[in-house]
Design a protein around this ligand. Structure first.
Ligand SMILES: Cc1ncc(C[n+]2csc(CCOP(=O)(O)OP(=O)(O)O)c2C)c(N)n1
Ligand SMILES: [Mg+2]
Length: 574
C-alpha cells in the first residue's frame, strides 16, 4: 500500500508499540505533525523547550525500560535536543529522536533552519540516519528502535527532510533487521565465566560493584542470588542505586566521590571485585591508580569497548548481565565470609556517613530523609545535578528496583523536571518526586506548563540553597572560599508554581517539613515545595578530586585538610 513518508513513520511507530512522543513542531516537521491526529495511539506531549522533550523521553525510558521518543523540527529545534541526546548517550538510555530537516533540494544551501544534525550528533548517538527517500523510512525506524533498545541501549536519531515526509512510497514494515555489523554479545564466554567463578569461590574478601547495567538488564534476582549464595557485600554506583535493596544486610551503599566511606573502604580492601554493568566512571573510581589496589577484578558488561578502558581487569566477561549471572550462579559455591562482613559492619559503625548533624536550621539532608519517611520509600526519585543529587542519593533509602533516576554521565542540570515528567507519564501509578536544585530548576522551569497541561502529578522539592551549591562547595574547599558566580537568586518559586496553576508551599523550618510533604502527597495533582535550606551546607563524605577512594573526607571538621592550591587541582569537572 502506498503512503506518505509521514504516514509510514507513524505506522512504524505504532508497530514498535510507541505510546508517547515528546516534542515541539516547526516548518520542517509539520507534515508529520499534520497527520498525528490520525494515530490516536500516539500520544503527543507538547513540551516547552526541545531539551525538555529529550529529557522527558529519557526519564520515560528509564522509568519504563521502553524506548523514549522525542521529535523536533530542523535547525534550532534539533540543536535544542542535543544536550538531552548526549545525556541519554552517556547513561545508556534507549531513545529515538526524530527531527525534521529542510527539503532535499535545499540541503547544503544554508537554507532557513538548516543544520547538519546528523553531523552534530554523530559522537553522541549510538547511530543516526539522514533518510533521503520515503521508501527507506520503515526499515530505518525498525533499525533505529532495534539499535536503541538492544545491546547497550542508547539514543538513535532519524533526520527526515520535509519533502521525504510528503513523498509517497510502498509501506511494508520489515519483521527483522539486517545489520550484519551489529550483533551484541549476550552469552558470556564459558571459559571466562569459569575463571570468574573460581576467583569468587577462592576469594576471602569479595565485593560486588553493581551499576546501571543490572537495572537495564533486569538482573535483580540474579544479582541477589550471587550476593546471597556467596555472602558477598554489594556496593553500587550512583546509577546502580535501585539494583539491590539498600536495606538488605549485604548492601553497603554507593561508592565514589560522595559515596559511603565504608563502601570506599571496602573497595580499597577487597581481594576480589565483581563489577557488573558499570563503566568505571572517574566519579566512581576516584584516582585510578588507587582504585581497588588489592583486588583481582572481574568485569561483566555487554559493551566490549568498556573492558579495560579506565581500569585494568583480570577477568572480562562480555555479555548481557542477566544471561552471564545466570551461568555464573551455577558455578558459585555457598560460602560465608563472616570476618569480612563483620569488618564491613564495623566500618559502617565507625564511619556511618549518612548521620545528619544536629542543626537548628533546615538541612537539605533532613529534607530528603523526611521525603523518604513520608513516602515510605515508595517513590521514584528524579534528581537534578549537584549537591541536591548527592543528598538524594545518600539520604533516601532505595529498596524498590529502579527507583532513582539521575543524570550520571553528563551531569546535566535541568534534567530533573522534564525527566520527572517523563517518568510520571511512563509510570502514572508511581509516586514521582523531583528533587531539584534551585539552579538546575531554573534551567528547565518552563516545563511546569507541560506538567500542568498533561495533568502529571509530579511532586517537586526544590533544595533552595541560594547557590550553585556543588560548585560553591568546591570553591569553599579548593579555591580559598572565593564564591565567584555561585550565589544565585531565583524567583519566588511558590508564586511561579501558582502562576502555572500548581499549588505550592515554602518551608523554612524543620517542623514545617513533614506537614508540607504530607500535603504534597495528599494533593491529587502536582505540588511544589520550596525548601529554603542552610545555604552553605556541604556534601560529605567527599573524596577530593585527584585523591583515591581511601582518602575520603568525612566530616566538616576535617575540611581544612582539603584546602589546596587550586592551580594544583587535577583536571576534573563538576
Ligand atoms: C548544564 C550544566 N551547567 C553547569 C554545570 C556545572 N555544575 C555542576 S553542579 C552545579 C551547581 C548546581 O546548582 P543547583 O542546581 O542549585 O544544585 P545544588 O548543587 O545547589 O544542589 C553546576 C553549575 C552542570 N553540571 N550542568
Ligand atoms: Mg542550589
Amino acid at each position: 500500500m502506498k503512503m506518505s513518508g509521514a504516514q509510514i513513520i507513524c505506522e512504524s511507530l505504532v508497530k514498535e508499540g510507541v505510546e508517547v512522543i515528546f516534542g515541539i513542531l516547526g516548518g520542517a516537521i509539520l507534515p508529520l505533525y499534520d497527520i498525528l491526529p490520525r494515530y490516536p495511539q500516539l500520544r503527543h506531549i507538547l513540551v516547552r523547550h526541545e531539551q525538555g522533550a529529550a529529557h522527558a523521553a529519557d526519564g520515560y525510558a528509564r522509568a519504563t525500560g521502553k524506548v523514549g521518543v522525542c521529535m523536533a523540527t530542523s535547525g534550532p529545534g534539533a540543536t535544542n535536543l542535543v544536550t538531552g541526546i548526549a545525556n541519554a548517550h552517556l547513561d545508556s538510555s534507549p531513545m529515538v529522536a526524530i527531527t525534521g530537516q529542510v527539503a532535499r533540494p535545499f540541503i547544503g544551501k544554508d537554507a532557513f533552519q538548516e543544520i547538519d544534525i546528523t553531523g552534530i550528533t554523530l559522537p553522541i548517538t549510538k547511530h543516526n540516519y539522514l533518510v533521503l527517500e520515503a521508501g527507506s523510512l520503515a526499515r530505518t525506524v525498525k533499525e533505529a528502535f532495534h539499535l536503541a533498545r538492544s545491546g547497550r541501549p542508547g539514543p538513535v536519531l532519524i533526520d527526515v527532510p520535509r519533502d521525504v515526509f510528503i513523498e509517497e512510497a510502498e509501506f511494508h514494515y520489515p519483521s527483522k533487521v539486517n545489520l550484519p555489523g551489529y550483533k551484541p554479545t549476550l552469552q558470556g564466554h564459558p571459559a571466562q565465566i569459569k575463571k570468574a567463578a573460581k576467583l569468587i569461590n577462592e576469594a576471602r574478601q569479595p565485593l560486588i560493584i553493581a551499576g546501571r547495567g543490572v537495572i537495564i538488564s533486569g538482573a535483580y534476582a540474579e544479582l541477589k542470588q550471587l550476593a546471597e549464595t556467596a555472602q558477598i557485600p554489594v556496593v553500587t554506583t550512583l546509577l546502580g542505586i535501585g539494583c539491590f535493596p539498600e536495606s538488605h544486610i549485604l548492601s553497603f551503599g554507593m561508592l565514589g566521590m560522595h559515596g559511603m566511606a565504608y563502601a570506599n573502604m571496602a573497595v580499597t580492601t577487597a581481594d576480589a571485585i565483581i563489577t557488573i554493568g558499570m563503566r568505571f566512571d572517574d566519579r566512581a573510581t576516584a584516582k585510578v591508580s588507587g582504585f581497588a589496589p588489592n583486588a583481582r577484578i572481574i568485569h561483566i558488561d555487554i559493551d566490549p569497548t568498556e573492558i579495560g578502558k579506565n581500569v585494568r581487569v583480570d577477568v572480562p566477561i562480555v555479555g548481557d548481565v542477566t544471561v552471564v549471572l545466570k551461568e555464573l550462579n551455577k558455578l558459585i559455591t555457598a560460602i560465608e565470609h563472616i570476618d569480612w562482613l563483620e569488618q564491613l559492619d564495623n566500618w559502617r559503625k565507625e564511619h556511618p556517613s549518612t548521620v545528619i548533624r544536629d542543626s537548628e536550621g533546615l538541612l537539605p539532608q533532613f529534607v530528603i530523609r523526611k521525603i523518604y519517611e513520608v513516602t515510605e520509600g515508595e517513590a521514584t526519585i528524579v534528581t537534578g545535578v549537584g549537591q541536591n543529587q548527592m543528598w538524594a542519593a545518600q539520604h533516601y533509602q532505595y529498596d524498590k528496583p529502579n527507583s532513582l533516576i539521575s543524570s550520571g554521565g553528563l551531569g546535566t542540570m535541568g534534567f530533573e523536571l522534564p525527566a520527572a515528567l517523563g517518568a510520571k507519564i511512563g509510570r502514572p501509578d508511581n509516586i514521582v518526586w523531583c528533587i531539584a536544585g534551585d539552579g538546575g530548576f531554573q534551567m528547565t522551569i518552563q516545563e511546569l506548563a507541560t506538567v500542568v497541561q498533561e495533568k502529571a502529578a509530579v511532586k517537586i522539592a526544590i533544595i533552595d540553597n541560594g547557590y550553585l551549591g556543588m560548585v560553591r562547595q568546591w570553591q569553599e574547599l579548593f579555591y580559598g572560599k572565593r564564591y565567584v558566580a555561585t550565589p544565585l537568586s531565583g524567583p519566588d518559586f511558590v508564586r511561579v508554581a501558582e502562576a502555572y496553576g500548581i499549588p505550592g508551599l515554602r518551608v523554612k523550618h524543620k517542623e514545617e517539613a513533614v506537614p508540607a510533604i504530607e500535603q504534597a502527597m495528599a494533593e491529587q495533582g502536582p505540588f511544589l515545595i520550596d525548601f529554603v535550606v542552610e545555604p552553605e551546607e556541604n556534601v560529605y563524605p567527599m573524596v577530593p578530586p585527584g585523591a583515591s577512594l581511601a582518602e575520603v573526607l568525612e566530616e566538616p571538621r576535617k575540611e581544612a585538610k582539603a584546602v589546596k592550591d587550586s592551580a594544583k587541582l587535577p583536571v576534573s569537572n563538576i
